[in-house]
Design a protein around this ligand. Structure first.
Ligand SMILES: *Cc1c(COP(=O)(O)O)cnc(C)c1O
Length: 235
C-alpha cells in the first residue's frame, strides 16, 4: 500500500478519534489541553508515523524497545516527536530506550527501576516515568498492586535520574463501560492520594485505549493510548 493511501486512511480515522475525544471532553467539562493523545504505532511502519505526524500528532507509543530504537533512528528528522514506551521492558533492553523516550509508562518492579536509574545516570540523562498498576491482579499483566505503590514511589524518589510523572493502568478486557470505569476511577484516586507528598509534577494518568477512551477521559485520563482506532487493526 502506498504512503498516500495510508495518509488518507489515517486522516479519516484520526478525525473520528479527535471527534470522540472532543465530544466526551465537552460532556464532562474538561479543557482541551487536559487530555493528550498518544498514537500507539507498534507494528506499524515508520511511513504511517510520518503520515500521522504530518496530521499534527507528536506523541507516539511503542511496545518493543528494539522497534522504538529503530523507528527513532529512522524518524530522527522529526525533532519534536515524543516517544512513549508502553510495553513490558526487560532490564537488558533499557539502553535502547533511555535517551530516546519522553515518557516511560510501564515502571513497576525494583529491578527495572534500578536498571533505568543506572543507565540514565551513566548517560547523564533524566527519564520521566509512570508507575504501572495491575489493579485487577491479572497474572497475564505486569504492574504493581495498589499496596505496593507507596514503596515504589519511595524507590523512585531515591532514584535521582528518574522523575515520576504519574500512573498508568490497563484494565481487564471488558465490553461494558460499567465494568471498566472502576479501575480508571481507582487509578485517579491513587494519584490524588499521593499528590500531596509527590507534588504538582505527579499528575499524569495514562489510561484508556481505542475502545474505552471515553470511559477513561471521564475518569480523569490525561494521556490516552490509542492504536487501532488511528492506524487500523494490527496484523
Ligand atoms: C497496544 C496497546 C495500546 C493500544 O491499543 P488499541 O486497542 O489498539 O488502541 C494501548 N496501550 C498499550 C499498553 C498497548 O499495548
Amino acid at each position: 500500500m502506498s504512503d498516500v493511501v495510508w495518509a488518507d486512511e489515517i486522516a479519516a480515522r484520526l478525525h473520528v478519534v479527535e471527534h470522540r475525544i472532543a465530544e466526551i471532553r465537552r460532556q464532562v467539562g474538561r479543557p482541551r489541553a487536559s487530555v493528550r493523545l498518544v498514537a500507539v504505532s507498534k507494528r506499524k511502519p515508520a511511513a504511517a508515523i510520518r503520515a500521522a505526524y504530518a496530521l499534527g500528532l507528536r506523541d507516539f507509543g511503542e511496545n518493543y524497545a528494539q522497534e522504538l530504537r529503530d523507528k527513532s533512528v529512522e524518524l530522527a528528522d522529526l525533532p519534536d516527536l515524543r516517544w512513549h514506551f508502553i510495553g513490558p521492558l526487560q532490564r537488558n533492553k533499557v539502553k535502547l530506550i533511555v535517551g530516546r523516550t519522553a515518557l516511560m509508562h510501564t515502571v513497576a518492579d525494583p529491578a527495572l527501576i534500578a536498571a533505568l536509574q543506572e543507565r540514565a545516570a551513566r548517560s547523564g540523562e533524566r527519564l520521566a516515568v509512570l508507575v504501572q498498576l495491575n489493579l485487577a491482579g491479572e497474572q497475564s499483566k505486569s504492574g504493581i498492586t495498589a499496596d505496593q505503590l507507596a514503596e515504589t514511589l519511595a524507590r523512585l524518589d531515591a532514584a535521582d535520574h528518574l522523575d515520576c510523572a504519574g500512573l498508568m493502568t490497563m484494565p481487564p478486557p471488558a465490553d461494558e463501560p460499567a465494568t471498566i470505569a472502576p479501575y480508571f476511577v481507582r487509578l485517579r484516586e491513587l494519584l490524588e492520594a499521593h499528590q500531596p507528598t509527590q507534588g504538582p509534577a505527579f499528575r499524569e494518568l495514562s489510561m484508556g485505549m481505542s475502545d474505552d477512551l471515553e470511559v477513561a477521559i471521564e475518569a480523569g485520563a490525561t494521556l490516552v493510548r490509542v492504536g487501532s482506532a488511528i492506524f487500523g487493526a494490527r496484523v
